[in-house]
Design a protein around this ligand. Structure first.
Ligand code: MLT
Length: 258
């Protein structure tokens, strides 16, 4: 299948080692805003809106993880960045793993934030496809109402996160749901990722289990895990300082391996 990468919208802060921060589903680059002030003096941060989200082009495709990895590679090409650290939140992590597999030579380090390497179970796939059908008819509110309570234990974040989801284009939600539903199991590829790889896990994450993260750490040759007590799925918004500290550790590991 031919993949036509789109030009992603992005913002940039700081200078130094390029670090791309990839948001999860169904958000946009603004989820990373709370950590930017803590990281901008230590790296060149690039925050894209993924295909279908924020200010990036919305297309009617199935947004496979491979296709989205190609969008990221195109952004790097356009910015003349040969190698970068990829930090991916949830779906952004699935995309980072697809990128690591396709472009191992372009990866300096990996940050896997509230994410895992397994494929969907048949039940999960079915739910995603059903949700995609309802979103086509009823819009983003279907996802906002079903998802938001599972995303964070912090009551004060429910409203901003709901508003963020409501901004998402229905075609973007459908494309990503279908792409996630058909993503392959990447577990077998982890042992080939030979760069520093941080996994970040919030102990109150309702969308992820600890054993899935531990399993990744065991398989990643240079992997380690940082746990953030009582944080949920949106840990960069919930505990920005702790997330930034863990990412700074990753940047340091990347520098010392040069
Ligand atoms: C995300 O935050 O990107 C999603 O929860 C990922 C998923 O639905 O598997």
């Amino acid at each position: 299948m031919e993949i036509n990468p789109v030009a992603l919208s992005y913002e940039e802060h700081g200078q130094g080692t390029p670090v791309l921060l990839l948001h999860g589903f169904p958000f946009d680059r603004t989820i990373w805003e709370p950590v930017v002030p803590m990281l901008r003096d230590h790296a060149r941060l690039i925050l894209p809106d993924l295909r279908g989200y924020g200010q990036s082009p919305v297309t009617d495709d199935v947004y496979t993880m491979r296709m989205q990895a190609e969008d990221v590679a195109r952004l790097m090409d356009d910015l003349e960045i040969e190698k970068a650290v990829l930090v991916g939140h949830s779906m952004g992590g699935y995309i980072s793993l697809a990128f690591a597999h396709t472009y191992p030579q372009r990866l300096l380090g990996l940050g896997l934030v509230a994410t895992h390497a397994a494929a969907d179970t048949p039940e999960r796939r079915q739910t995603r496809n059903k949700t995609a059908e309802s979103v086509k008819h009823k819009g983003a509110r279907v996802v906002a109402s079903s998802m938001v309570k599972t995303l964070t234990p912090k009551q004060e974040l429910i409203e901003p996160i709901t508003n963020l989801i409501l901004k998402a284009a229905p075609a973007g939600i459908v494309g990503a749901l279908k792409g996630m539903a058909e993503r392959p199991d990447m577990t077998g590829t982890l042992s080939q990722i030979n760069v520093p790889a941080l996994t970040l896990y919030g102990t109150a994450d309702q969308l992820l289990t600890r054993d899935r993260v531990e399993m990744m750490v065991q398989m990643l040759p240079k992997g380690w895990m940082v746990e953030i007590p009582n944080a949920g799925h949106m840990l960069m918004m919930e505990e920005p300082q702790q997330v930034a500290d863990a990412l700074l550790q990753l940047f340091q590991m990347v520098k010392t391996q040069d």
